[in-house]
Design a protein around this ligand. Structure first.
Ligand SMILES: [Fe+2]
Length: 332
């Protein structure tokens, strides 16, 4: 692939070479949500076994998931939880527009992650009961964000508290999941408490781990939606969305090296907004489901983030690396 292209498409299965003029013309469309490059159809496995979430998951997921015989969550219970959640968010309402904008941001994010978790759960596919557990975890995964923002005025865990752990505290304290089977309640707590850790911890049961991994994918997909919308067209700076990082051209070499070596960038190594963008690009190495990669490609998020970075050789190298990784994953 030509290294001189300013932009490229992850979706261009054939690694299309674009002329510079065509590339420059496309940059603006890439920056805008809703404008997508036509995609070649994806090869969906014809007979994926019921318990086969993805070839990307660890091998132990190739075995049938243990069924929770006590699980009997109903759609009605899920709706009650959803209603409670709406009331809970309402308590954080503020007449301060800046504060309220951040509350709305997390409210919308929560509902979008629910949608993503539902779609990913169906792609596995999960059984009916597990699907409801998965959707519960998706909807409530960021419940700690509201209390975090009220107490500290920031979404930076580094400057405040671990919002995943705080979320579990809130869920326990408010007895939100009281109606659920105890094992399933714990599974939701595990997924919520681990959704924002750099890595999935060792030692989780297979059910807990699967819910956690699906939730992490669902969350990343929506964070990509939020940040690409912001990079595409933000009138005023939203410091909460850029973790108070300065929007300067420089990028830490360590982050470039991490991504070139197939690693995610480290949260502790963010000095500029561009570093944060690299961290978001590096999440591509921490996706678990094939369906998540398909959605990532269809929605063009990585294209948009790359288009918002400076056109340097280092960035182009990272882009080629990440593109190759995506092609490898999606071609099986
Ligand atoms: Fe979160």
């Amino acid at each position: 692939m030509g290294g001189s292209n300013y932009c490229f498409s992850f979706a261009a299965g054939g690694m299309a070479e674009w002329s510079n003029a065509a590339v420059l013309k496309t940059v603006d469309t890439l920056r805008c949500p809703g404008v997508r490059i036509p995609l070649p159809p994806l090869g969906v496995p014809e007979s994926a076994p019921f318990f086969y979430p993805s070839f990307l998951l660890p091998e132990r997921f190739f075995l049938p998931l243990p069924v929770n015989k006590h699980g009997n969550m109903t759609p009605h219970q899920f709706n009650d939880i959803k209603g409670w959640f709406g009331d809970y968010i309402h308590r954080f309402h503020s007449d301060d527009p800046a504060f309220q904008r951040n509350i709305e941001l997390k409210r919308n994010h929560s509902f979008k992650v629910w949608e993503n978790a539902a779609e990913l759960g169906r792609s596995v596919p999960l059984g009916n009961n597990d699907q409801l557990i998965m959707e519960t975890a998706g909807l409530l995964h960021d419940i700690g964000r509201f209390e975090q923002f009220r107490r500290y005025g920031t979404f930076s865990d580094k400057k405040s508290v671990n919002h995943g752990a705080l979320g579990v505290e809130v869920l326990r304290e408010k007895d939100v999941l009281l109606e659920l089977d105890q094992q399933e309640r714990e599974e939701v707590y595990t997924a919520v408490g681990n959704h924002n850790r750099k890595q999935v911890p060792d030692g989780l049961g297979r059910r807990e781990e699967l819910f956690t991994r699906i939730l992490r994918d669902a969350d990343k997909l929506d964070i990509w939606r939020v940040v690409t919308g912001y990079y595409c067209d933000h009138g005023e700076t939203n410091n909460t969305l850029q973790l108070d990082l300065p929007d300067e051209p420089r990028i830490s070499r360590q982050n470039i090296d991490d991504l070139l070596n197939g690693r995610m960038a480290d949260l502790g190594n963010l000095h500029t907004l561009n570093d944060f963008k690299l961290l978001q690009i590096g999440w591509v190495y921490d996706i678990n489901l094939e369906r998540s990669y398909q959605l990532l490609r269809e929605r063009g998020y990585l294209d948009t983030i790359f288009a918002s970075l400076p056109d340097t050789q280092e960035v182009r190298q990272v882009r080629d690396m990440v593109e190759g990784y995506m092609e490898g994953v999606l071609s099986g």
